[in-house]
Each structure stands twice: as C-alpha cells, then as structure tokens.
Design a protein around this ligand. Structure first.
Ligand code: SF4
Length: 314
C-alpha cells in the first residue's frame, strides 16, 4: 500500500530557511511525501562510490532539502532515473520497510562484499539526506541503524548535510564498538548565503556545532567540503574544521559531479553565484589553493573520491 500526501514545509522543518524574496531565486517549498516499500535496500556500488564502500543505502528516495542551498549544486538532481523528471526537492519517498529489508539481505550482501570487495561497507546515504526533517516522523534511518546494531557492516559511513545528525548519538556510540564508523558532515563554506540562491536548510554554525559534538564524543568525524563553495576566511575556516573533525575532504564540482569538467553543475545556477563572490572559485585551481591551506591546519586532508574513501594526501 502506498500513501501519498503533500506537505508544505514550515519554518521549523527547514531550519534556517527564511524567505527567498530578495534573492531572486524561485523555488518551491512544497514537497510530496509518500510512503513506499522496497525489495532491497542495499545497493551494490558502481562508479564514483565503488572505491569507497561495497554498498550504498538510501532510507528515502528524493530529498526535502533539495530546495535549499545544497540542493542547487546537489549531484543527485541530475539523476533522471531517480527523479523521473520531477523537480529536485519536490518529492520524498519514505522507504518504511528499509530496516526489515536490511535485515533480510545483509547476510547475503556481507558474503558477496567480503568475497568481491574485501569488506562489507555501507555508505548511508549517497542520494538522499538520512536526517531530513521527515526522519523525526518516520524514523527510517534510526530503524536501519538499530538493525545494524544486530547485523553490523564492517564499515559504516554516515554522510549528512544536517545538524540533526547528533540526534542518534546513543546509537553511534554502540555501533562504533561493533564496526568501523565514520561520520561525514558536509560544510561547503563559511558562508550561509550565495547571491541569488536560497539559504541552507542547516546553517553552517549548527553543522559546525554538530561536528564538534560528534568528535567530542570520541567518534571519527570528517568534514566534507563538498562541493567546495567560496570561502570568506579560509585560514579560520580550516582552523575551525581542525577543532571540529579528525579529517577534511575537499571536493570541487569539477571532477566531483560525475563529469571531468563539471558540465552537469554548469547547467545550474551554482557556478555563476560562486563566481559573483570569488571569480576563481569555479576553477580547480581554487580547490588546490584551499587544499594547501587545509594542510596547514589538519594532518588528514583528502581530495574528491579519495577523501570520501578515507585515502588522504601523503
Ligand atoms: S541534503 Fe544532500 S541529497 Fe539532499 S539536496 Fe542537499 S546535497 Fe542533495
């Protein structure tokens, strides 16, 4: 049985979103929510993710943060198979049986992964936000994490753009005793705003605070600067990351969006907004300059997919 309903997100749902008026960017806060069931929730990775983990896991399909700042440059919005032509940010499918689906297939997938990829690693999530506001109501991500306590992968990477990641600290501490656990918190810049674009769903300061809380709890915490946006004060920004995380990953939309020249992202409003703030920021040389600064502050700095995989610069 599939149920549909439309949800008009409130200010509380999208922390930090105030109004797009005055920013010249038209976007909709209307999100269609439906609950659905999946046969298999563990997807064997290919392409970009293949060298990172053996599997990805999406508790939801679509993302209700897609109308906020991170949604403009979100690499997933270009996936026509996933969006089926729907505007990114306008739909969420809640995979309500994801915890049960994980339990049913994890033993088979563990065997396959150890045989063909060396270990059973799960990336949660690569094409949705596990801690979107709807998680409060549906708890699918929490259910999956609880299932993992009984059947842990060898490696779990939790990737988020939201300060809400700290809600399940209790589970992370238990999981960290049963598998290698890495928490990736995306913080793309020290700026909350780019001209003409909507505000972030999760303000920079709150994501920094979340990363600090995770690190202080003794959890392996990585800030993913992905995709890299113009940074107002790079020295302070990376010094702040060094206090909030154990490592940093810097990922530019060029090479990062699945094309060698960033042509997918160039179809969006993001590059022009970046250039308005810092003309060089839409070029790879800007990433390399940020990497040099990051290395002054952190011992572990990764670039693009290598960083996501935990392979850092020597
Ligand atoms: S939270 Fe992640 S998946 Fe959702 S729009 Fe932002 S970048 Fe994309």
């Amino acid at each position: 049985m599939t149920r549909n309903r439309a949800l008009l997100l409130t200010r509380q749902d999208l922390d930090g979103i105030q109004s797009a008026r005055g920013y010249g960017f038209r976007y909709s806060l209307r999100v269609d929510i439906r609950t659905t069931r999946v046969r298999n929730v563990l997807t064997r990775t290919s392409g970009f993710l293949k060298s990172v983990t053996s599997h990805s896991l999406q508790p939801y399909r679509g993302c209700s943060l897609g109308s906020s700042l991170c949604g403009v440059g979100c690499y997933v919005r270009h996936n026509l198979w996933l969006t089926e032509g729907r505007p990114w940010g306008s739909f969420v499918e809640v995979r309500e049986n994801a915890p049960a689906a994980y339990r049913e297939s994890c033993e088979r997938e563990r065997r396959w992964a150890r045989r063909s990829r060396g270990r059973f690693g799960v990336f949660l999530s690569s094409s949705t936000e596990p801690f979107m506001p709807q998680e409060r109501r549906y708890g699918v991500t929490r259910g999956v994490l609880e299932a993992m306590l009984a059947e842990p992968p060898d490696l779990l990477i939790l990737q988020t753009h939201s300060h809400r990641v700290t809600a399940y600290l209790d589970l992370y501490l238990e999981l960290a005793e049963r598998c290698e656990l890495r928490l990736h918190v995306s913080i793309e810049s020290d700026r909350d705003r780019l001209p003409g674009l909507p505000p972030p769903a999760s303000p920079v300061a709150r994501r920094f605070a979340a990363a600090r809380e995770l690190k202080a709890a003794g959890l392996e915490t990585v800030v993913t600067v992905s995709p890299l946006l113009p940074i107002a004060d790079p020295e302070s920004f990376f010094a702040g990351i060094a206090r909030a995380a154990d490592a940093v990953v810097i990922d530019h939309f060029i090479e990062g969006d699945g094309t060698a020249d960033g042509r997918r992202t160039r179809l969006t409003a993001l590059p022009r907004a970046m250039e308005e703030v810092e003309a060089s920021s839409s070029q790879l040389a800007y990433r390399d300059a940020m990497v040099r600064i990051a290395r002054r502050h952190l011992g572990r700095v990764g670039v693009n997919v290598d960083g996501f995989a935990g392979r850092y610069l020597p």
